[in-house]
Design a protein around this ligand. Sequence first.
Ligand SMILES: [Zn+2]
Length: 307
Amino acid sequence: MSAVRTKKRFRINYMRLFLMLLFIFVIAYGVYMLYIGAYETEDTGAASPDRTGEQTEPEPPQVETAAEDENPFALYYYYEPERQGRYESYAASHPVFAPDEVVWRVDADIDRFAYTNISTVTDFTPPVLLNKYRKLPDDYTPQNLVNTSSGQQMTQETKSAYEAMRDDAGVAGRRISAYSAYKSIEYQKGVYNKYVMENGRDAADSFSARAGHSEHHLGTAIDLVGVAETTSSFAGTPEAEWVTENAWKYGFIIRYTAENQDVTGYVPEPWHITYVGNDAAAAMHELGIGSLEEYTVKYVTHKPKND
Ligand SMILES: [Zn+2]
């Protein structure tokens, strides 16, 4: 009995075991198939862009062409490829400026610290750009300095232009006269050093040029006075208004204005006019160009391609 029972019990257990194993196998197979399916889908998803990329060989050059088209600085004729990095960092720190303004400002070194990367001017035909990045040779003396009736010195062509302007202003009832004009490099050195002693270097740099960097050294700059006869009281007078409106007709510009202060690095000086020649003064007036820096980049160191 017990043997039969044992045998029977064993047979039943074997059947159960077989069914259980079959069940486990079916479940395991199902899970495995699900896993494989999921893996294959994932793999295909990840692999397809690579495969597409490999198949379309010209894709990398297309991306490069698109990047060039999107370079906003390269659109301008005064763009210099080697300055690309400087354009990008100046644009990033000055988001208010359009690409055109970024390019000419960087070309004029406005992105540099004042009195760094200084170059020496070698062409002295007006317009001559002097600023905190461009100086005259230390031994420079204008070749055609002449004396004015009021005891100033300026270049011959500056004097002719100034006298025509002064006379026309007088006819219009505006009395203007030259307070100072040519200053030698030694004189300017003394003036600047005195201001540094009195005000400190940073303040002095905001209204006085270091030796070699002054337009007065060129013999083409004039500090004007009106009836009040001091430069500091010239601003806002009828004489200053007349000069603002008419100076360009005689080849002069007002070099340091409130609008171009962040370009020149100088506080406004409505009394300081600079002879740049009739063409440059008229072009700046007509095109609304506000600084000699911008004009020099666009019309002296570079030329428009259709001209
Ligand atoms: Zn001046």
